[in-house]
Design a binder for this molecule. Structure first.
Ligand SMILES: *Cc1c(COP(=O)(O)O)cnc(C)c1O
Length: 382
């Protein structure tokens, strides 16, 4: 019944973990779920208020414009200028997305011909591979390893693969490894893309979730980035708005136009009331973002010091709400953790074969629950 491409969709291993978790819940176990990459903190009230006000206005009840309201795109441009010093033309260089996942899933349709290569990190956010698959492109996995600070080694990509490559996905601060990239890495990617005529799509979903004074750059800050690529961004992680489905693609106008053309044929834009609320988020007070980061940072410290005590070789990440911890066999570890301690963590192979040897803990639970998880792990023979 299903098309052959469905067989190649990334294995949804999370479903198996979910089944195991549900079974534990049925047994009455007090499960601590450190699996989900979804903030537990609420959307700041002033943003919710802005939505309510906008939702009551019948003007907002019609089909939105495909590219997004100009006022929203202007707010995005202003935010990029203030936050990254990157100048964007709101009309040509900014596109509203129904969450950045949507833009990522659609981008390959616009640029990748059947059989052309899409370069995607492994482990990585699964949607990069999905995007390539729907365009009938071929994925070439770029292994990212602890020894290389979880940055792909571009020189390791075979020459014939590079020749057939049309698009590369990168993502720093990174999910799932929590690694960050220096601007020099982005500059290296720009050089590589220029030399081989490859489109760069940087996914910057976690740029605002940073710790210890670290400031994550935009890919568009790199010299020449606007010529070769775009950046997908999102309000999801910054403002605890994962359920709202609003994001943006920014950068090279031709690439933005290509993505826009695909979207025009698929969706009809993000609800205007949500775009109004997003304007409020981007242009209003930002103290909630700093507060969220300090909450995550405290949680990170509890988890990382706890895991270190127990004997894990973990680093405190500078960004994201994940801790990427080395283990022997990730599936066996995750199963044991759930079975014996009622803790959900995501096995690294869920993000690609090179994720073997790691589990991802999401610190999207209260500090008390994270401390409790550490206590439970202490009692185990891990
Ligand atoms: C959460 C996440 C996104 C998607 O966020 P949206 O809610 O679709 O904007 C994109 N990339 C990565 C790496 C993520 O973790």
């Amino acid at each position: 019944m299903y098309a052959r491409r469905m067989d190649h969709l990334p294995p949804y291993l999370f479903a198996r973990i979910d089944d195991m978790k549900d079974e534990k819940l049925r047994q009455g176990v007090d499960v601590i779920d450190l699996g989900v990459g979804d903030p537990d903190l609420p959307t700041p009230p002033h943003i919710v208020e802005a939505l309510c006000t906008a939702a009551r206005d019948p003007k907002n009840h019609h089909y939105p414009s495909y590219a997004g309201m100009l006022a929203y795109r202007e707010a995005v441009a202003e935010w990029y200028q203030g936050r990254f010093g990157v100048r964007l033309d709101p009309k040509e260089e900014v596109l509203a997305l129904i969450g950045s996942k949507e833009g990522i899933a659609h981008i390959a349709e616009a640029f990748v011909n059947p059989g052309e290569v899409v370069l995607a990190a492994d482990p990585g956010y699964p949607v990069y591979k999905t995007s390539a698959l729907f365009a009938e492109g071929r994925v070439h996995e770029l292994p990212i390893r602890a020894d290389d600070d979880f940055l792909p080694v571009l020189d390791d990509i075979p020459a014939d693969v590079v020749r057939q490559a049309k698009l590369i996905f990168i993502n720093y601060p990174n999910n799932p490894t929590a690694a960050v990239a220096p601007i020099s890495f982005f500059e290296e990617v720009v050089e590589f893309a220029r030399e081989h005529d490859i489109i760069v799509v940087h996914d910057n979903a976690y740029s605002e979730i940073t710790f210890d004074g670290y400031r994550a750059p935009s890919f568009l800050e790199a010299d020449g980035a606007m010529e070769v690529g775009i950046e997908m961004h999102s309000l999801s992680k910054t403002y605890n708005m994962t359920g709202w489905r609003v994001g943006m693609a920014c950068g090279n106008p031709d690439i933005i136009a290509g993505l826009g053309r695909v979207k025009t044929n698929v969706d009809s834009g993000a609800f205007n009331a949500i775009q109004h609320a997003a304007i409020t988020a981007l242009t209003g007070p930002q103290d909630s973002v700093a507060r969220a980061c300090s909450i995550y940072q405290e949680r990170r410290d509890v988890l990382v010091s706890g895991l270190s005590d127990i004997g894990f070789d973990v680093q405190a990440p500078k960004a994201t709400f994940y801790v990427w911890a080395p283990v022997d066999d990730c599936m066996a570890f995750a199963a044991q953790l759930l079975d014996q301690a009622g803790i959900v963590a995501t096995p690294g192979v869920g993000f690609g074969r090179n994720g073997e040897g790691f589990v991802r803990f999401a610190i999207t639970r209260s500090i008390e629950r994270i401390a409790e998880a550490v206590d439970r792990m202490r009692g185990l023979d891990l």
